[in-house]
Design a binder for this molecule. Structure first.
Ligand SMILES: Cc1ncc(COP(=O)(O)O)c(C=O)c1O
Length: 432
């Protein structure tokens, strides 16, 4: 006999959040996702919007490699549906190791490779394995989510403000004054949100500062300073830009570097959830135990298929060439259109694209005709031009400076071509 379900009152009386711990109560959700969902709602209302907000891909514009899709289906059919080993499927760990040896000249032991459900869990695990509550973490701003990871582990984050003339990338001069007190430096290149690439010289100087600080710490028997090196966009560089790694430039960085990487961006596979971390064995072992308790493993079939993909040099080459040129084509189109507006005297500038899936744009409207904040500008562009971008404040950069991230993974060249005249008209209207 069916019983009628009683409607349960699940909220605490008064403040429903009163039961949360301090960390959870003070946790801030992603501003980017908030803006992204606002745009999605507007689109479902039928508004025409060039959505440059979310750092994701449309699977129509950017399909995953055939090899990956077919490999997953084959692996599922072959029964690869159980728990994976907690450090990842052996075939994939070996494939990552070979891939790094082949493409980045990094030769690491197998115990240095850990697989997880995307790179986010690995970033969290790096923080959690290295940082005690109250420890100092340095991170440049704008950058992606370091403020949130600091909050999760109770770190004292020190955001270091970078400059547009440096492509919003950190310099040794910015980091050196804090090196003595820090436990971890979080670096990301190619950079989300700026779409710029850390030059070899700047990275080398940062690494040399870390190595010399660690020599001092070794003598003083203090814990070393580590670098979290998030290179999830490293396969996506354009033109002259070249991706470098700390360990290639300064081999003595090997004991202090944790690499973060994965398939999300390089293979437009954000929903498949496969990432890898590569680093010192003891750190990786601690991360493995931590993620094991959370169960943040990558699905087994996806791991098996990723191993096959990473081993297939021809598939990587051909997918990589198409993927890069599709991204670069969109970024260049945006850059050229905005540069033409700047040349025509309109208040906009951008940084030429070097990598990742982003373009930094400054709409220099603050202080003119009622524009007081970046959010005023954002809303104006959305309303007048159906042009949706994310202010750099969502990446921890304080100040109403008119800088925005635009992400091209979910738009077509046509979307961009159609949006540019609308942006131009909006800017002219703002000046009128
Ligand atoms: C710099 C950076 N690191 C890591 C990630 C997370 O990627 P994943 O999908 O592998 O968790 C992102 C996603 O936007 C990112 O921009």
């Amino acid at each position: 006999m069916e019983r009628s379900a009683e409607k349960l009152e699940l909220d605490l009386p008064g403040d429903p959040r009163a039961g949360l711990c301090t960390m959870a109560r003070d946790l801030v959700g992603s501003e980017i996702l908030r803006i992204g969902s606002e745009i999605r709602t507007a689109k479902t209302r039928g508004e025409k919007i060039c959505d440059l907000t979310v750092g994701d891909f449309s699977s129509k514009e950017f399909p995953i490699p055939d090899k990956l899709r077919e490999g997953i289906l084959r692996a599922l059919a072959a029964g690869e549906t159980n728990y994976p080993p907690s450090d990842g499927v052996l075939r994939l760990r070996e494939a990552v190791r070979e891939f790094y040896r082949r493409t980045l000249s990094l030769d690491v032991p197998l115990e240095s490779v850990l697989i997880a459900g995307g790179s986010r869990p690995l970033i969290f695990a790096t923080y959690a394995a290295l940082v005690d509550p109250g420890d100092i973490v340095l991170y440049p701003v704008p950058s992606w989510n370091n403020n949130h990871y600091c909050h999760l582990v109770g770190a004292k984050g020190i955001p270091l403000t970078t400059r547009p003339e440096d492509g919003f990338l950190p310099t040794a001069g910015l980091i050196e004054p804090h090196v003595r007190s820090a436990r971890l430096i979080a670096l990301n290149t190619p950079l989300n949100p700026a779409g710029t690439v850390l030059p070899a010289q700047a990275l080398k100087r940062i690494c040399e500062a870390v190595v010399s600080e660690n020599e001092r710490r070794a003598r003083a028997r203090e814990k070393p300073l580590y670098v979290l090196y998030d290179q999830v966009y490293w396969m996506l560089t354009f033109g002259e830009a070249r991706h470098e790694t700390p360990v290639q430039l300064v081999p003595r960085m090997a004991p202090y570097t944790v690499f973060i990487d994965g398939i999300s961006k390089a293979f437009a596979a954000t929903g498949l959830r496969v990432g890898w971390g590569v680093g010192p064995k003891a750190v990786i072992a601690a991360m493995k135990d931590l993620l094991g308790h959370i169960g943040a493993w990558a699905p087994r079939a996806e791991q098996v298929a990723t191993a096959e993909l990473l081993r297939d040099e021809a598939a990587l080459r051909s997918y990589g060439a198409t993927h890069r040129s599709s991204l670069q084509g969109r970024l260049d189109r945006l850059h050229e259109g905005l540069s033409a507006m700047a040349a025509a005297g309109l208040p906009v500038r951008d940084i030429p694209p070097q990598g990742a899936i982003y373009l930094s744009i400054q709409f220099d409207l603050i202080g003119r005709r009622g524009f007081r904040t970046n959010d005023d500008v954002r809303r104006f562009l959305l309303r007048e031009a159906g042009f949706a971008v994310v202010p750099f404040q969502a990446f921890g950069l304080a100040g109403e400076n008119g800088w925005f991230r635009s992400s091209v993974g979910a738009v077509s060249v046509r979307d961009i071509d159609e949006a540019l005249p609308r942006v131009e008209a909006a800017l002219r209207k703002a000046l009128a």
